[in-house]
Design a protein around this ligand. Structure first.
Ligand code: ZN
Length: 122
C-alpha cells in the first residue's frame, strides 16, 4: 500500500524535526496535490497506523487537497482544473502541460498543543 509508506515518511520527517523538549504535537498538516498519486482517504487511514507507538500517536492528520493548476504561456494565465483531466487554458482553450501546482506531497505545518512561545523569557 503506497499510502502507508507515504504516511511513514511523513511521521519520520516530523518526528526528526521535533526539537528536544518540544510541546506535544496536536496536529500535522500536509498538502496533497491532485497529481501526487496519493489518495487522501487512504493516507488518513495509513497515518493512524503509522503513528502508532511514535511521538505522534494520537495526533490528527489534516490534509489540504491542492488542485491542479496549469499555466498558459501565451495568455500568461493560470487555470485551476476541476479534476486531473482536461489540461487546457480557461482563456484560450489551448492544451497545456505546464503544471504549476498539484504535485505537492509535503508537510505544511505542525501544530503543537501549547502555543509556541515567541521570544523566550529569561
Ligand atoms: Zn491561454
Amino acid at each position: 500500500m503506497h499510502e502507508l509508506s507515504v504516511a511513514h515518511a511523513i511521521v519520520t520527517t516530523v518526528v526528526e524535526a521535533l526539537p528536544p523538549g518540544s510541546p506535544r504535537v496536536n496536529e500535522v498538516r500536509v498538502r496533497i496535490g491532485a497529481l501526487s498519486g496519493v489518495v487522501p482517504e487512504a493516507l488518513q487511514f495509513a497515518y493512524e497506523v503509522a503513528v502508532d507507538g511514535t511521538a505522534l500517536a494520537d495526533t490528527v492528520l489534516l490534509i489540504e487537497r491542492v488542485p491542479v493548476t496549469v499555466h498558459c504561456t501565451p495568455c500568461r494565465t493560470d487555470t485551476t482544473l476541476e479534476g486531473i483531466t482536461g489540461f487546457a487554458c480557461s482563456e484560450c482553450g489551448r492544451p497545456t502541460a505546464d503544471i504549476v501546482a498539484g504535485k505537492e506531497l509535503e508537510v505544511a505545518q505542525v501544530v503543537f498543543s501549547e502555543p509556541a512561545t515567541a521570544g523566550r523569557q529569561s
